[in-house]
Design a protein around this ligand. Structure first.
Ligand SMILES: [Zn+2]
Length: 433
């Protein structure tokens, strides 16, 4: 299937613009494997003193007599300075510094907030240092002196399903089915190489998704990974399926029922917002040279400075100036493929000889060389012969590694049976088992 747009980026931008304000969950979980960022208080909290109410966290019988103090780390501050402001003796701070795992407490960042408990003699009893929603470091006093502990709250992962039928906009149908903006983005990312979401999804097309949601203390905190999905396109003429492969927590990729990678070795386009201004044409009349000269690439229009991405993994084999090309970059990819990107206003950070990953920014759109206006000229060569980048059939990215195949067979078979049970017409079917 052909696809002229690089959708992951388009979707990301459109959806982020629409939903950035409301979707804290998206913020928290840009990557399911990233630990949650600590929630930081923006305003300056006054140092305060209050009496500790007996609570579940203070089981100690004497805890009722403790005082709870809250202290915030100042700019370039330290634990010692913070404790000093609470009038806790330097000897105590010194003792903390010598403890095992002292860095749990001493690696502080300005703005972090610590809760400190002291007894009636103003002796330090306990410190609570929350590092994130799920992780906190604590100092407690035991019979044998202070100890530093790490406490992790487990995130409860649940599996949910959503399905729907498109009536006009896929985005609206997906929202109606209960999918978050983040999961909608993930879904378009998963199928980005196969489905042009803006042009190929029509009214009547259906989608089914099995995905993870995350809960902390029983509260929904965001969506996790998509485990499996099925989508029809072109008025149900085509059906696309995706199944996740993970290695522990790391997502290896998405594969179809036969274990083929959904990702292709090349992006269809090196720029996010695509406006093709000149196509591949062996008999083009050149606007500057005023004579017939083949156009062996595709031109993309856009504002000066638009980031240009390497369409595939590879190695930069040229970065410099060419009379016609202006500032340009040439990349050699695995096998027989090379790509060329020209007329940059400036280069990205990758130099000649360095490796680039698919999607890495290698330069910015400009009008250097023999051109009439700002654009990117993009060439794709197979065995050093030019081909039309919009028509060439891209090779699949790496197939599923052997070591995952047996497990993939089991999980994808199971997930497929679950997908089949979902009716594209029911909006939300929760309580997935
Ligand atoms: Zn061109």
């Amino acid at each position: 299937m052909k696809k002229a747009l690089s959708l992951p980026y388009i979707w990301k931008t459109i959806l982020a613009t629409l939903f950035v304000a409301g979707f804290i969950s998206f913020f928290f979980s840009a990557n399911a494997n990233t630990p949650f960022e600590p929630k930081r208080t923006q305003h300056a909290l006054p140092e305060q003193t209050k009496h500790l109410e007996p609570s579940a966290t203070s089981s100690e019988p004497t805890a009722k007599e403790w005082q709870e103090l809250v202290v915030k780390i100042r700019k370039n501050g330290s634990l010692g300075a913070a404790l000093d402001r609470l009038k806790i003796s330097p000897a105590t701070t010194h003792a903390i510094n010598k403890l095992k795992n002292s860095h749990y407490l001493t690696n502080v960042r300005s703005g972090d907030q610590l809760t400190v408990w002291v007894d009636k003699h103003h002796q330090l009893q306990k410190i609570l240092y929350p590092k994130s929603q799920t992780l906190s470091h604590e100092l407690i006093k035991t019979e044998n002196g202070y100890r530093i502990l790490e406490k992790k709250k487990p995130i409860d992962i649940r599996t949910e399903t959503a399905s729907g039928i498109i009536n006009g906009s896929f985005y609206i149908a997906a929202k109606k089915a209960g999918l978050s903006a983040r999961s909608i983005m993930n879904l378009s990312d998963v199928f980005a190489w196969d489905v042009d979401f803006s042009r190929e999804l029509q009214s009547g097309d259906t989608f089914k998704v099995i995905y993870e949601t995350k809960y902390l203390d029983g509260k929904y905190i965001g969506d996790g990974n998509i485990l499996a999905a099925q989508i029809t396109s072109n008025n149900q003429k085509q059906t696309h399926q995706a199944f996740i492969v993970r290695d522990n927590d790391k997502v290896i990729g998405y594969y179809d029922e036969k274990g083929r990678n959904l990702k292709k070795a090349f992006l269809r386009s090196p720029v996010d917002y695509v406006r093709i201004t000149s196509k591949y044409n062996p008999k083009r009349f050149h606007p500057v040279l005023k004579r017939t000269r083949p156009h062996r690439g595709v031109d993309y229009g856009g504002p000066k400075g638009t980031p240009i991405r390497a369409t595939g993994d590879g190695k930069v084999i040229f970065r410099g100036w060419g009379k016609g090309y202006g500032r340009y970059v040439k990349i050699k990819h695995a096998g027989k493929y090379t790509t060329l990107y020209a007329h940059f206003s400036k280069f990205g950070k990758f130099k000649k000889g360095q490796h680039v990953k698919q999607g890495d920014i290698i330069g910015y759109m400009g009008k250097t060389g023999m051109v009439t206006g700002v654009h990117l000229h993009y060439e794709f060569r197979v065995k050093n012969k030019h081909v039309d980048p919009l028509k060439v059939k891209f090779p699949d990215a790496q197939p599923l590694a052997k070591k995952y195949r047996a497990e993939f067979k089991t999980t994808s078979t199971f997930l497929l049976s679950q997908l089949k049970r979902l009716d594209g017409r029911t909006h939300v079917a929760r309580n997935f088992e």
